[in-house]
Design a protein around this ligand. Structure first.
Ligand code: FES
Ligand code: FES
Length: 165
């Protein structure tokens, strides 16, 4: 990995399809890279210690907690953040389901849930309720009680599999 004096490093990666090249401190977290250096504030600071999931992004298709991931670990990676999930101005079915089910109150947790579910659906297009619950249980929502979030996850699953929901 190319480094600069004083422990800065040159990071190249793709974010939501756009190629980026930045000079950053070696200790920059991926979450701070996204929010501070790239202005992508959809990924949220929640706990900052890897417990809540609000900062979840996809790195080469896999969910990662960006608050406890060094940006340097994303060298040459393909990143997807919540800003890149909608395609062509249309909400992703997961986002549409959250909207239709009113599955957010403050909404602070929502990007993390959307990204965690996207990773699941990308890997397992028709997950069971137990698999949905396992993913949802790894993210913290302090407002909704999870009932509507589960309803949204189920709706997204049904719509994405061509079933009515
Ligand atoms: S902010 Fe990253 S897990 Fe909570
Ligand atoms: S809607 Fe507020 S934390 Fe989930």
């Amino acid at each position: 990995m190319p480094t600069e004096p004083d422990d800065d490093l040159v990071l190249t990666l793709r974010v939501n399809g756009d190629r980026k090249r930045l000079l950053i401190p070696a200790n920059r977290t991926l979450l701070n890279l996204l929010r501070q250096d790239l202005g992508l504030t959809g990924s949220k600071h929640g706990c900052d210690v890897g417990d809540c999931g609000a900062c979840t992004v996809l790195v080469n298709g896999a969910p990662r907690l960006s608050c406890i991931t060094l940006a340097a670990e994303a060298q040459d990676a393909e990143l997807l953040t919540v800003e890149g999930v909608a395609v062509g101005g249309a909400l992703h079915p997961i986002q549409a389901a959250f909207h239709e089910q009113v599955a957010a109150q403050c909404g602070y947790c929502t990007p993390g849930f959307v990204m965690a579910l996207k990773a699941l659906f990308d890997e397992r297009p028709d997950p069971s309720d137990a698999e949905l619950n396992e993913v949802l249980g790894a993210n913290i929502c302090r407002c909704t009680g999870y009932t509507k979030i589960l309803a949204a996850a189920r709706q997204a699953r049904e719509r994405m599999n061509g079933r009515s929901a």
